[in-house]
Design a protein around this ligand. Structure first.
Ligand code: FAD
Ligand code: FES
Length: 271
């Protein structure tokens, strides 16, 4: 269950919007190439307050001759991420990962739909990039729905614009794009996506995923990345369990860190 821990060096840590940061971390080349949807546990090397690492999705990955680099896109939510936000170039961080499973690709599905709420854009942006780089998909096969509370909370749109031709942006207050919830924007278009030809990837707040589950009512293949508070990140503490339906439709408890974070939406049991 234990995962290798790497000491990484912060190459950049820029506040790209108020409260949102983009961090680039240089890692030894022995860091395993991550899959889209996987995450790392990060903490400041040698700092014991807060003791626990924080889970952050991998936003990008590049490999050079003697090192590799990951990017993390994060929102300052509390003490741990506030400390991360204060790191300067050259700071050392402890990274364990890549952790968890990844989104899977179904080559039979012609329409790829992404639905991101707020910082949920991070793993989906990288998934879209992997589709373009490795699977040869072009921008017209992918549609990206991106919602946030306000324009200030819309991050990462520039990268999506380089990958997808069809982008629908909305905010709760209408300060950018349509004034609507992202699930509502998708619902308006749902008839244009045939269930047999479409795969949906989503990440965002629980309430958004729950609403998406109602809208899709089990008719579409949809993979979601869940976010639970985590302690160990490797399946040892059982602090991140969620209820999902097993093969017989009965409730089973799964650890988001080790069994997820990606799950089939129709299997998730909402409290
Ligand atoms: C697999 C995974 C991937 C994630 N990827 C990203 C990412 O790419 N970018 C990003 O900004 N955040 C991401 N998160 C959420 C991030 O881990 C939390 O925001 C962070 O741990 C909060 O730590 P903190 O010490 O700053 O805040 P705390 O002081 O621990 O908490 C502050 C507030 O955030 C809430 N919170 C804490 N942890 C979570 C969580 N896991 N999910 C939802 N709410 C939480 C708390 O309930 C509290 O209200 C991810 C979480 C998981 C599980
Ligand atoms: S965080 Fe410990 S089991 Fe998931």
């Amino acid at each position: 269950m234990a995962k290798d821990i790497y000491i990484g060096e912060v190459a950049a840590n820029e506040e790209i919007q108020i409260n949102y940061f983009l961090m680039k971390v240089m890692l030894p080349s022995s860091f395993t190439e991550p899959l889209p949807g996987q995450f790392v546990m990060i903490r400041i090397a040698g700092l014991h307050d807060p003791f626990l690492s924080r889970p952050i999705s991998i936003y990008s990955y590049t490999r050079g001759k003697s090192h590799c680099a990951i990017e993390l896109l994060y929102r300052v939510a509390g003490k741990g991420t506030q400390i991360l936000a204060g790191l300067i170039k050259g700071s050392q961080v402890e990274i364990s990962g890549p952790l968890g499973g990844s989104y899977t690709i179904d080559p039979l599905k012609k329409n790829i739909v992404f639905i991101a709420g707020g910082i949920g854009i991070a793993p989906l942006s990288w998934l879209a990039k992997c589709f373009c780089q490795k699977d040869g998909l072009t921008g017209d096969a992918m549609t990206f729905y991106l919602g946030a509370q306000t324009a200030e909370a819309v991050v990462g749109l520039d990268r999506i614009q380089k990958l997808c031709y069809n982008i629908i942006v909305c905010t709760d207050d209408g300060s950018l794009g349509a004034k609507a919830l992202v699930t509502r924007m998708f619902q308006k278009d749902i008839k244009t996506y045939s269930p047999s030809n479409t795969i949906i990837y989503a990440c965002g707040p629980k309430v958004m995923l729950q609403s998406l589950s109602t809208i899709l009512s089990g008719k579409y293949v949809c993979q979601v990345s869940l976010e639970e508070r985590m302690a160990c990140g490797v399946g040892a503490c059982v602090g991140c369990v969620v209820a999902v339906k097993d093969g017989q439709g009965k409730p089973a408890f799964k650890r988001v860190c080790a069994d997820g974070p990606v799950f089939d939406l129709e299997k998730v049991i909402w409290e």
